[in-house]
Design a protein around this ligand. Structure first.
Ligand code: NQM
Length: 360
């Protein structure tokens, strides 16, 4: 019997503003090649509409979490994040995903990989992609995951229970260092840029450097082929400088363009993942952007002059609302050191059952 006959146990969860297929590693083939082939066929990739699979025709809904008990004494579970292509048959483990991460703790409890406390449960999650640890805390009244709650996050209709995520050791997640080019500021393709990696490698520039206001809608950005080509050339060059090699077909680095906040937040962002514009902003991308901005000399640092008044929480505006991140950096250390970073997200179980792969 093959997976084509039996299907495979699968849970679909929304994590933050992304959606993914969650698997217990024990239910998937052990070899990477066989596993990736199965995942592509379950997702319906390659196909721009993913009509014969479970993907939702966007990169934000073509995500996979593979979860297992951890042998690391500092973690309860291991979480491997895989980004699947939509119209290209690609499976990448090069990046983390802080949105899908929000579903990992609840999933681990649901599948009996960790015990739940009565009230609130904290799960220590090793993010296999970067080796960093995140602690997810969420409500478990009576030892059962409660997804309902009153926390709203931008980009998700209705409210849900909070999943509080605290990160450690996310510096240099994919590149080995917080400032992977060795500088707080570089000139890339004639544009002043800061390359930073606190959970996600991101190249940051001012929107004005690309001839933008920074307040364009997602649709306006997506329709601007010339802009997207320029963003792509810019990030490919940044990827080389960040030591990532040829990133022309890689999902990292992401690009973030900044402008002054205009909706009560502290900075306005437009991000590209890696070339198409994001409808919001990735969690770890936002954490990385804010981390970079806190460093004197970095692009956007001038926008942080009055941030201290709001404490360590930074309200990041994006095309569909706001994302609140909590970042503390010791900028006086050499090299600069991240003291703390975190975020509040929500998650929801969408289905749990058996998924069947398409033929090929
Ligand atoms: O940066 C999209 C998302 C992400 C990644 C992407 C993310 C993060 O919005 O931590 O969450 O960057 O492709 O889910």
């Amino acid at each position: 019997m093959s997976y084509d006959d039996t299907g495979v146990r699968c849970t679909m969860l929304r994590g933050g503003t992304s959606r993914g297929l969650f698997f217990d590693a024990a239910d998937l083939p052990a070899g990477d090649a066989e596993r990736d082939d199965l995942l592509l066929r379950l997702m319906g990739t390659p196909d721009p509409r993913q009509i014969d699979g479970l993907g939702g025709s966007t990169s934000l809904t073509s995500k996979v979490a593979v979860v297992s008990r951890s042998e690391d004494p500092d973690a309860d579970v291991d979480y491997l994040f895989l980004q699947l292509g939509v119209d290209a048959a690609t499976v990448s483990d090069q990046q983390n995903c802080g949105n899908i991460l929000a579903g990992v703790g609840p999933f681990a409890v649901e599948r009996g990989l960790v015990p739940a406390a009565d009230g609130e449960t904290s799960v220590r999650i090793r993010m296999v992609n970067s080796g960093s640890i995140a602690v997810a805390s969420f409500p478990t009244p009576g030892g059962t995951v409660e997804y309902r709650g009153d926390v709203a996050i931008a980009g998700v209709p209705a409210t849900a229970a909070p999943v509080v995520l605290a990160f450690t050791d996310t510096e240099g997640s994919a590149t080995g260092s917080l400032l992977p080019t060795g500088h707080v500021r570089d000139s890339i393709e004639g544009v002043e840029a800061t390359c930073v990696d606190n959970g996600m490698p991101v190249v940051v520039a001012m929107a004005g450097s690309f001839g933008l206001t920074g307040y364009e809608t997602h649709e306006e950005l997506a329709a601007d082929a010339e802009l997207l080509a320029r963003v792509d050339a810019f990030r490919v060059k940044a990827g080389q400088l960040m030591g990532l090699g040829d990133v022309s077909s890689s999902s990292v680095p992401k690009t973030a363009l900044l402008s002054p906040a205009r909706d009560g937040g502290q900075v306005c962002t437009r991000s590209f993942i890696p070339v198409q514009p994001h409808t919001a902003i990735g969690v770890l991308a936002a954490v990385s952007v804010v981390t970079g901005m806190l460093l004197p000399g970095a692009v956007g640092h001038e926008l942080t002059a009055d941030w201290a008044r709001a404490g360590s929480q930074v309200d990041v505006e994006h095309p569909t609302g706001h994302l609140l991140v909590d970042v503390v950096v010791d900028a006086s250390a050499q090299p600069p050191r991240v003291v703390r970073s975190g975020v509040v997200r929500t998650a929801r179980k969408l289905f749990d059952g058996t998924a069947f792969p398409r033929a090929c």
